[in-house]
Design a protein around this ligand. Structure first.
Ligand SMILES: Nc1nc2c(ncn2[C@@H]2O[C@H](COP(=O)(O)OP(=O)(O)OP(=O)(O)O)[C@@H](O)[C@H]2O)c(=O)[nH]1
Ligand SMILES: [Mg+2]
Length: 444
């Protein structure tokens, strides 16, 4: 598990909530514990103070949402504030739907570029993409073999030539080679060693010009703590860094510092590396990361509960939208998400007079796994498609499938579910449009 030390310390602080009365004294004590834990993880002092001030203020002043205890509320606040400093929403890497997407890996010596190149190649291969890897490192002895070692067990092709001394030529030829083969993704690994730093930056710029990457990925060693920001800024000056990958979070006590400081730069953290093995990489999702960090297995339940309290009163217009079949894909997703929490649609249906039958289970119940897949697919749709799913024809399905890395069957399944729900609701709506007032106060 990542950042164990920090996680344990935060967890211990929050555990105090379960003992004794939650009063101002205890809140202050917990905030102080959290401060200490974050500082120990090398999180920037100013950031720590801002964060603890926010937590304290909110914990003392905010009104408790209905049905939520003070303890739960404070955990929620800590979670919120920690998530905020890490960037809240996950940032995705964009892939070009119809031609090769080129990633250029850069970073200082030993930051983990080559390892991460292998990990990324495998990550995308697992999602159905054809990936090629280019070794343009002419400085590190055995650089090509190192890449081979990661890639060959998975039949990921590595382009390189240990005899060639011209890095720019290697990069260019490698990209050309994989373009010809119509690879979806081409990852170019570069050198971190060089005679001198200036030369390294120069070479990086030249390679970038030669291959014209879609995304420059900066690899940062997580053990450097809050210096990560300075490093990200220095590289961004030399090249338009599009995303950051922070590595070695498995063994570092300073990971919190590296993540929080890299999160303040323009380029966003999109992946994190948590080990030396090829599968030790994951997409960086601040919310998921924080809940894991806090070690709150039941955080999900808690968040649901808070959400439940907040959505207790459902919007009449929203209900009407459904009952008349005038909802779009986004509405459906929101609905499915809620339903998977508490079976609310069924409840609504049962409350409609004269509708004493049950809805087919598979239409209403969508597993969390499925929901995740739907979310990924919907992320690859345009605004127009989300609003008006009717326009999604075969070529759009193909594009969405490619962009999301899910197969066409999944895309079709999502659309089918939408159409089915729409049809069903339309029928019900026609039969008997309930007085919308009855939805008021109902949990959805
Ligand atoms: N524990 C751990 N080790 C890692 C991680 N990522 C990389 N490493 C190790 O860090 C060392 C350097 O990794 P490389 O991938 O060779 O780094 P590089 O940036 O390509 O290095 P140069 O090519 O010399 O610039 C290796 O021993 C890797 O096994 C990680 O996420 N966790
Ligand atoms: Mg390397």
């Amino acid at each position: 598990m990542v950042l164990e030390v920090l996680g344990e310390a935060l967890n211990k602080a929050l555990k105090k909530l379960t003992k004794g009365v939650v009063d101002e004294k205890l809140i202050k004590e917990i905030v102080r514990d959290i401060q200490r834990a974050l500082i120990a993880a090398d999180v920037n002092i100013e950031l720590v103070f801002q964060l603890s001030k926010n937590i304290e203020k909110r914990a003392l002043e905010e009104k408790l949402p209905k049905g939520v205890s003070r303890k739960e509320h404070i955990i929620r606040i800590v979670y919120d504030e920690l998530t905020k400093i890490l960037g809240e929403e996950p940032e995705k890497i964009h892939l070009k739907p119809s031609e090769s997407t080129i990633f250029l890996m850069i970073g200082i010596q030993g930051s983990g570029k080559t390892t991460t190149t292998g990990k990324l190649a495998r990550f995308f291969q697992k999602r159905g993409f054809k990936v090629g890897v280019v070794c343009s490192d002419t400085w590190r002895p055995g650089a090509y073999q190192q890449l081979q070692q990661y890639c060959s067990p998975y039949n990921i092709e590595v382009f390189g030539d240990p005899e060639e001394k011209d890095a720019i030529k290697l990069a260019k030829n490698g990209v050309k080679h994989f373009r010809k083969k119509k690879n979806d993704i081409i990852i170019v690994d570069t050198a971190g060693r060089h005679k001198e730093e200036k030369g390294l930056i120069e070479e990086m710029k030249k390679i970038s010009k030669a291959v014209n990457p879609d995304e420059i990925i900066l690899v940062i060693d997580g053990t450097i703590g809050q210096q990560a920001m300075a490093q990200a800024k220095a590289f961004s000056k030399a090249a338009p860094v599009g995303s950051i990958i922070v590595t070695k979070l498995d063994g570092s006590a300073k990971g919190g510092g590296a993540l929080s400081s890299a999160a303040t730069t323009k380029a966003k953290i999109k992946f994190i590396g948590e080990g030396e093995k090829i599968d030790d990489i994951e997409e960086f999702d601040p919310k998921k990361f924080v809940s894991r960090l806090l070690g709150l297995g039941d955080l999900e339940t808690l968040l649901k509960k808070v959400k439940e309290a907040a959505t207790e009163e459902i919007d009449e217009k929203y209900a009407e939208k459904f009952m008349t079949g005038k909802f779009n894909l986004r509405d459906m997703y929101k609905q499915l998400e809620m339903v998977s929490n508490m079976g609310s649609l069924q409840k609504i249906m049962q409350m409609i007079p004269g509708m004493g039958f049950n809805l087919p289970k598979d239409v209403l119940e969508t597993s969390e796994e499925k929901l995740k897949i739907y979310k990924i697919i919907m992320d690859s749709m345009t605004e127009k498609e989300l609003e008006k799913p009717k326009i999604i024809n075969y070529s759009r399905i193909k594009r969405i499938s490619k962009g999301s890395g899910r197969n066409e069957k999944d895309v079709r399944e999502l659309l089918n579910q939408y159409n089915m729900m729409k049809k069903m609701f339309k029928q019900f709506g026609k039969k008997r449009l309930p007085k919308m007032g009855m939805f008021k106060g109902m949990k959805m």
